[in-house]
Design a binder for this molecule. Structure first.
Ligand code: ZN
Length: 252
């Protein structure tokens, strides 16, 4: 009897430790989160945020989620009254299971969609599992705890996904910085940002001040322009986003 009682206590303690850790991991994210620009639609999945960016004749989709979340993805499209055929380009940030899970499902429902991905991602996405070498798998502590919890609760979760093989109308690029503007018709640039995975890419969207920002990033102190007076970089940092879109005109 006593044995049973102490077993119960141990189980209860374990449950409370696990749930406390889960709650801590889930709610301890108190970063200041900026929303994406108004026209970008965010679709939230279990671990992944997907983004739909409007273009002239449809949308760019950034990433996929897990394979089993395709139904949820279709529900989102219904909710926003978007036909799956309106997705013209699918951009991938990296090859992991929570980012490429339903790639085959989307491209079989909408074969016209073009998957845009770097050669590294193309190679890794064809293997069907998360690459753990070359620095793959780095996450912050909060995500680490969430992933450990998920592993406990879903024993079948094995970091694999249906392999995807590049098709004829996909676009594989080789450069670490690649301007996609001519491909997708809006201002988007892919830049190689390895760390979390060996094939991680970020997409810079609608950046109106590329040249100014490159000066800020190079830690320039004073700008001596060909037109007008020299000014300190601090003035540029303070004013770079103050120009309203409607005040920008094309002269020639
Ligand atoms: Zn990942």
């Amino acid at each position: 009897m006593i044995k049973r009682k102490s077993l119960m206590i141990i189980i209860l303690v374990l449950i409370s430790v696990v749930s406390t850790l889960f709650l801590y991991a889930y709610f301890s994210d108190n970063r200041n989160i900026e929303s994406p620009p108004g026209e970008v639609i965010t679709l939230k999945f279990e671990f992944t945020n997907l983004f739909l960016i409007p273009i002239k004749k449809g949308y760019i989709l950034i990433d996929n989620a897990y394979e089993k979340e395709f139904g949820k993805f279709l529900d989102y499209l219904d909710e926003y009254k978007i036909d799956i055929k309106e997705i013209k380009y699918i951009l991938l940030t990296h090859h992991h299971d929570d980012h490429v899970g339903f790639l085959n499902q989307i491209t079989s429902e909408n074969p016209e969609a073009s998957v845009v991905l770097h050669r590294r991602t193309a190679d890794l996405v064809a293997t069907g599992f998360n690459n753990k070498t070359n620095g793959g798998g780095i996450v912050n502590r909060r995500i680490y705890i969430l992933f450990k919890m998920k592993q406990l609760l879903t024993p079948g979760w094995d970091l694999t996904f249906p392999p995807y093989f590049v098709r004829e109308n996909d676009l594989v690029f080789d450069n670490d910085v690649f301007d996609l503007s001519n491909v997708v018709g809006i201002n988007v640039k892919a830049i190689y940002t390895p760390g979390h995975s060996s094939d991680s890419f970020s997409y810079i969207y609608n950046n109106k001040y590329d040249s100014w920002r490159s000066l800020i990033n190079r830690e320039v102190e004073v700008i001596i322009p060909s037109h007008g007076k020299p000014f300190n970089i601090k003035n540029l940092k303070n004013n770079i986003d103050s120009q309203k879109q409607e005040n920008i005109a094309k002269f020639f």
